[in-house]
Ligand binder design. Sequence first.
Ligand code: ADP
Ligand code: MG
Length: 289
Amino acid sequence: SVPLSFFGGIGAASRHGILVKGSNFLEAMNQVSTIAFDKTGTLTQGHFSVTDVLPLQPWHQDELLGLAAAVESQSIHPIARSIVEAYQGDLSKYRLDELHETAGHGISGHVDGHSVIAGNVKAMQAGDIKVPNSQPTCTTVFVAIDGQLAGRIQVADQPKPDAKAAINALQQHGVHQTVLLTGDNQQTANTIGQQLGMSHIAAELLPEQKVTEVDRLTDNAHQAHHRVAFVGDGINDTPVLARADVGIAMGGLGADAAIEAADIVIMNDQPSKIAKLMAIAKHTKRIVW
Ligand code: ADP
Ligand code: MG
């Protein structure tokens, strides 16, 4: 049987735009000591903009951006959208075929007879494209044309306005590990993680490696009888949401699959609602005893 006040807690949460799919999840929040967060769209706004287009000889900015935008026009990734938005020309002039997108890598295809790959270092390695040894310091889309690196496009996304305060409030609520999980490069992850005051940062993860990472955090937490929550928003986050003790989805712009897999949904996407949820869970418990 469920103590009546947990229903009160679910009601209180719903009045703050937090949908809790069962009283057991509210109860579990009281034991959460580790919260792992997806980066893009969860802690950041999820709207990238192009900050620089840096072609290599013999390519020009416009050609590089055009060919990249042509393949990216077939992707719904927020990075892809920013590249399509930045291109001023007409994309319908390009003939596209053999498009192939790989999660956590990027997208490739044939554009007017050129083979084009747009993605991160992993995408370049998979395509046998040599990239300079220096690691990118911001979110970088490398572009290869006909088997050669042709340049890179830099994109940037901003933290949500309440992200830093949210992480701080969670720490006040006894969450001693706040973990950033991202497929983005290490330096960009470090910059955002440090800016937000997070305790742990794991970068360059493929979607399935996020599952492994949450499993590892869960094994550790369970030894101390603690629990792990994961917060995400994208289609790729669905397996992780399903695996964590408490899966929390950003529901506003989030993918239907993520909302369905989650135990708790934050309707307006504000990370600060998770601290609110912990306060409600604690208060609810106090009423029960
Ligand atoms: P996150 O962990 O931030 O949600 P993803 O798993 O969606 O990120 O993607 C990880 C990385 O894979 C991105 O930072 C980017 O480098 C690369 N990537 C994925 N899809 C694309 C794409 N369509 N175009 C360019 N790069 C991409
Ligand atoms: Mg994501």
